[in-house]
Design a binder for this molecule. Structure first.
Ligand code: MRU
Length: 341
């Protein structure tokens, strides 16, 4: 399985996901501002992986400041935590993990103790995510029938997590268990996480995968007998409303039309206890430049307004179930989520 992040010799080593599938280039990150940019420009991406990167970022910050006087050490760490928080707004894993790091900085007096705790946190976050992916796959497997045709979106695999992935983790497990799944993924415009990353991962493992234009999904659902849709999540509100890569909402509407079960697969770190519904979820708007690379030649900037939301929120009514590492949550989510997570 491809490893998208490692912490070695006080450097964060990441696979540059903007280069896949053409090149597999690992880059060494030695400062927190460089990590923040790597997250912002999607060299490293996917909600759980962004959280893991942030945990390593606080550890790196601690290493870089450990020789400073205690108050400066603490102030610089808090500044770096805020800097990392400014990288991307929607995936809540980032904030959940950075808030844990912040608490450590605030609770302990001794900087060496803080350092020890941040090292421990980063290792735990990475290992827990690996284990959560396995457990999600355990629960998700029961939903997959023999020869299932599965539609997914964006990239939720080893390139998005610390393990085998969430939605893709279930697909890997189904394949390894001999269920012979066939996968359908939209390109995921504008940055093509489906066409570049999901296709790359699944193809490497020998799992049959079809890439389609995002706007072909209703056609494919109707003509290729899709059995189930499973996507990931960047933030889940406590009523089950789920933010995920732009286009997820459209897929859920199409799935409802064709009566295809629509599942979200996500670890508990993707739930936001402070968000009661979709109105509490911030949606990242990205640069229009990302939309210019269209068709054969691309477009030039003619001053026309482009809108480029990176995520949308699927209302809980369209979600058949949420597959977590602790089991599958069924509606009504408002009642069932707090007991489960
Ligand atoms: O913009 P990205 O590539 O970070 O978006 C990623 C997604 O939307 C994934 O579906 C989501 O983070 C779940 S990852 C297991």
């Amino acid at each position: 399985m491809i490893i998208p992040i490692e912490y070695e010799n006080d450097k964060i080593i990441i696979l540059d996901q903007t280069k896949i599938p053409n090149d597999e280039i690992y880059i060494e990150i030695e400062t927190v501002p460089l990590l923040r940019d790597a997250i912002k420009f999607l060299k490293i991406r996917g909600a759980p992986l962004i959280g893991i990167a942030a945990a390593y970022g606080t550890r790196l910050s601690s290493v870089l400041n450990l020789d400073k006087e205690s108050e400066i050490y603490r102030a610089n760490l808090l500044k770096d935590i805020d800097l990392l928080k400014s990288s991307r707004p929607t995936a809540v894993n980032l904030f959940n993990i950075l808030d844990k790091a912040k608490k450590i900085v605030e609770i302990y007096d001794d900087k060496y103790k803080i350092h020890e705790q941040l090292v421990k946190l980063s290792i735990e976050i990475h290992e827990n995510d690996r284990a959560m992916c396995e457990n999600i796959a355990d629960y998700g497997l029961e939903l997959i029938k023999e020869n299932a045709k599965i539609m997914t979106h964006c990239n939720t695999g080893a390139l998005a997590t610390g393990g085998i992935g969430t939605a893709l983790g279930i697909i890997y497990r189904a394949f390894w268990e001999g269920k012979n799944p066939e996968i359908f993924v939209g390109e995921t415009r504008p940055l093509l996480q489906g066409a570049r990353l999901t296709a790359f991962e699944l193809n490497r493992e020998g799992i049959p995968v079809n890439v389609l234009p995002d706007n072909a999904r209703a056609y494919i659902m109707e003509n290729r007998d899709i059995d189930i849709v499973i996507t990931g999540a960047d933030r889940i509100a406590m009523n089950g409303d789920t933010a995920n890569k732009i286009g997820t909402y459209d897929i859920a509407i199409n799935a409802a039309h064709f009566d295809i079960p629509f599942y979200i697969a996500a670890p508990s770190s993707s739930f936001d206890r402070n968000a009661s519904d979709m109105n509490d979820i911030p949606i990242e708007l990205r640069s229009a430049m990302e939309l210019y690379g269209i068709g054969y030649e691309g477009l030039k900037d003619t001053g026309v307004k482009f809108i480029n939301p990176a995520f949308d929120v699927t209302p809980n009514q369209l979600i058949t179930g949420i597959i977590t590492e602790k089991g599958i949550i069924k509606p009504p989510y408002e009642k069932n989520i707090p007991d489960f997570i």
